[in-house]
Write a protein that binds this ligand. Sequence first.
Ligand code: TYD
Length: 213
Amino acid sequence: MSDRPQPLFITFEGIDGAGKSTHIATLAERLRHQGRAVTVTREPGGTALAEALRESLLRTSMDALTEALLVFAARRDHLRHVIEPALAAGQVVLCDRFTDATFAYQGYGRGFDLDVLRTLERWVQSGPAGWRQPDLTLWFDVPPEVAAARLAQARAPDRFEAQPQAFFERVAAGYAARAAEAPQRIVRIDARAEVSAVWQQVEAACRARGVLP
Ligand code: TYD
């Protein structure tokens, strides 16, 4: 058996205002402290092309199919040029949002056909190593009204953040549905609590999976 640590693909999900960003940074720091090489990235984005697509997605109105295709086009580029090479090099990849966000936002939020999303998911995430899925997904679950209050104190909203609360209720229901479909992969974090209490849950989930000692 090799001593080389297993690569890990960990994604972070939740509605806007759920507060995942701080915990991504803390987990990256902890993993680096353990001597792991870590790539921190985000979706949509992570490559020059995917970041350009992100700009359009966050600013330009478009129909739900166009939106879904652009999100998956960005994901394909990101997988090929960042995520797969980092995993192949034995790194841990921490990704701020991935395909669960597409099911939650484009599927449940915008009402786009879930079967089409499932087909795109299989096309886009398949490669030489098979069908790529995160090894672990931390789902920061927070009631939409709490998230809205947090966002109101932050910056000017983008096209998604400007959606009404009813949209985020559907997105939250989408995350709950995805979590029910993949209970082994998706761990629910109660993100209503203060930052330190939320981190304790993140740490516990990572310890339970052997991600942290
Ligand atoms: P977000 O992580 O909220 O970025 P930031 O914290 O910098 O605002 O992601 C940007 C938005 O993109 C977010 O509102 C959700 C949306 N999104 C989708 O609609 N579908 C997707 O597949 C992904 C990955 C994100």
